[in-house]
Design a protein around this ligand. Sequence first.
Ligand code: ADP
Length: 272
Amino acid sequence: SDARSLACQITRFGDDERLLVIRDITRLQRLEQTRRDFVANVSHELRTPLTVLTGYLETWQDSAADMLPPAMQRGLDRMHEQTDRMQHLVEDLLTLSRLETSDRQRDEHSIDMAALCESLRSDGAALAAGSHGISCEIAEQRRLFGDQQEIHSALSNLVYNAVRYTPEGCHITIRYCRWGEAGAAVEVIDDGEGIAPEHIPRLTERFYRVDKSRSVASGGTGLGLAIVKHVLLRHDAWLEIDSDPGEGACFRCIFPAARMAAPVVVSAADSR
Ligand code: ADP
């Protein structure tokens, strides 16, 4: 009942000297757990009142809006926008809490990445509604083992960000390709305004935004890239971000070789 958690770090000095530092992180871990439980409980408790509020607002907008003076109609619209925002925020907080609970059962299969990338492309095109060009390049045929729903939602965040944070007329490419020692990568590349180097290491922190007002105006919760990072961690994968101001951005999700399935070989007889 009094199990302790220890963190060890070995630092090398010269050829044959080592410094071993052992820290007791039990208290830190308990605090972290308390924070996670608190966020999960609050988010869960907010869900029901928000659903009730949204329900009433929608009913009034559908049935009584025409009878209200314009100022009150605008007020109702604003209230609806804000409750929508809060609902997205609560859902994203609950998603993050679920991802942080490492003992959660995952639903893993081998995923057809070509089909998944194509569905990301068409969802992105629907969101862009003609304002951006979006293409898909498949340079790798192997399937990937993982939780399809989690991977789809992480990659959707990257595509939606590319649409929301680049000006009209930009082009977005979704690319699935081989990476490193037999691993594979999904890249979401845009030719937008790019990101200054000082922001890049902080982008996956919760609520970190380069431009807060732009993120809020575009419906962002500030949790998208934190969700991406956690989904990838749960798949032994990681995110790399390459960008320079004025040069666009590339968000690259790298999956290790252990996650890759053998390519499906289609025989001549099968393809007939
Ligand atoms: P948000 O809900 O604000 O979009 P995210 O965690 O998804 O939160 O993204 C964090 C920040 O990263 C965004 O607010 C935006 O400033 C920046 N960002 C994300 N994707 C891009 C992109 N493709 N180009 C430029 N900036 C981006």
